[in-house]
Design a protein around this ligand. Structure first.
Ligand SMILES: NC(=O)c1ccc[n+]([C@@H]2O[C@H](COP(=O)([O-])OP(=O)(O)OC[C@H]3O[C@@H](n4cnc5c(N)ncnc54)[C@H](OP(=O)(O)O)[C@@H]3O)[C@@H](O)[C@H]2O)c1
Length: 387
């Protein structure tokens, strides 16, 4: 039986790679739903090739373009945020890949779990903002909830077959384009420099998060929720070659690592194929060609976002959600040349400091916190712009 998948965010970096996997495994996978925010052209091309049951374009103004282009192809076309939420409940979907970027991923993930769908989660912001809501639902429903982020897929693979308690998670980081830089080196860096990641080709938001190392902070929180491990047991290690995707240390001192070339198609495919592994034709790791594997401690003075993320998860409640929203606003402001690179962490720290703590793990609380934090960040960014 083919697995029928819905790809939320099919026009993004993860979404496009997921479709490559579908293309390579037509006997195992079938596309049931594709969604995009506003990239109507690409959504139409994807739909024409993969012939899903339905597509959703979140931006209502693109509806007619998509609908007209797909006329006669027997593909249902919907638009708007509500359709994105409703579509995951479609009875013919077996698995939902959440490849949206940002807080926008939380509610569709919530709805997919509530509809008892298996979920492959690329969108790390979902668990950063709403882990306290999502993970109890997943455990109660006993659903497949598979990590796609390469580090979390690595940890998941290291844990397969283990019943021993985890001593420590070693969460690896590439270090990003500014590995080895000090604060003084980063004062005037521009978006185009921050967008040049040495090992991965990803969407803009996650690439800037890698440059500030907020990405590792977000992933630490994601790992905390996924694997039920305390933040103090998660150690960030810089592994500049991006070959070791993360490691797990057990009580007897044994450490298991998952390694491969840096290629997101591997963890995406594993989420689709689990508990099996399918063949690939992609280049494979050659130990004779990659002779060195280096490991370093991260520089927390320069990359302040790491410390902010540990602080956020220690405070708990809505604080990680506020941190995430402030970060999304700050990254967008940096990409639009409104604030400097180092001010990203400053905006995040400001919002975390000013937001009122709220404990409740509910969609309402997290949506309210997200909206309020963005407003607070916007105000502070305007202040920084005037300076
Ligand atoms: N890229 C990677 O290699 C990588 C690796 C690990 C984890 N991740 C995580 O995976 C997630 C996706 O990353 P990405 O790099 O693939 O992002 P991306 O390239 O920016 O793609 C985002 C996708 O989501 C859609 N989208 C954006 N905002 C939306 C909204 N408000 N409502 C509905 N759809 C929306 C976009 O549609 P349009 O194209 O129409 O704008 C696009 O299809 C992120 O959480 C990221 O941290 C990514």
């Amino acid at each position: 039986m083919k697995k029928r998948i819905a790809i939320l965010g099919s026009t993004g970096s993860i979404g496009k790679q997921a479709l490559e996997i579908v293309r390579a495994h037509p006997d195992q996978l079938e596309v049931e739903v594709l969604t995009a925010n506003s990239n109507a052209d690409l959504l139409v091309r994807q739909a024409a090739e993969f012939r899903p049951n339905a597509v959703v374009i979140a931006d209502d103004t693109c509806y007619h373009q998509v609908q007209q282009a797909l006329q006669g192809l027997d593909i249902k076309v919907f638009s708007g945020r509500q359709s994105l939420l409703d579509i995951v409940e479609m009875s013919t979907i077996d698995m939902v890949l959440v490849a949206l970027v940002g807080f926008a991923g939380l509610e569709p993930t919530y709805r997919a779990i509530a509809a008892r769908k298996a979920v492959a989660l690329a969108n790390k912001e979902t668990l950063v903002a709403g882990g306290a809501l999502i993970m109890p639902m997943v455990r109660r429903a006993n659903l497949a909830f598979l990590p796609v982020d390469s580090e979390h897929s690595a940890i998941f693979q290291c844990l397969a077959g283990e019943c021993a308690a985890v001593e420590k998670i070693l969460l690896t980081a590439s270090g990003g384009p500014f590995f080895g830089c000090k604060r003084a080196d980063l004062e005037n860096v521009k978006a185009e420099q921050a967008l040049k990641h040495p090992n991965w080709n990803m969407g803009n938001k996650v690439t800037i998060d890698s440059a500030t190392m907020m990405n590792k902070g977000l992933e630490m929180i994601e790992a905390h929720w996924l694997f039920n491990v305390a933040p103090q047991q998660i150690e960030i290690v810089v592994q500049p070659q991006s070959i070791v995707h993360s490691m797990v240390e057990f009580a007897d001192g044994s450490v298991k690592a998952q390694m491969s070339l840096p290629d997101m198609r591997i963890p995406i495919q594993y989420a689709f194929s689990f508990p099996y592994r399918w063949n690939t034709t992609y280049p494979k790791l050659s130990f004779s060609r990659c002779a060195t594997l280096d490991f370093y401690e991260p520089d927390r003075q320069t990359f302040e976002c790491i410390g902010l993320a540990y602080k956020a998860i220690e405070r708990g409640g809505n604080i990680p959600c506020a941190m995430n929203a402030a970060n999304e606003s700050a990254v967008s402001a940096f990409l639009h040349d409104k604030i400097t690179f180092l001010q990203i962490a400053e905006v995040v720290a400001y919002v975390m400091d000013k937001i009122n703590y709220a404990e409740e793990a509910s969609l309402d609380n997290f949506s309210h916190t997200d909206a309020l934090s963005r407003l607070m960040a916007k105000g502070y960014i305007e202040l920084l712009e005037r300076k």
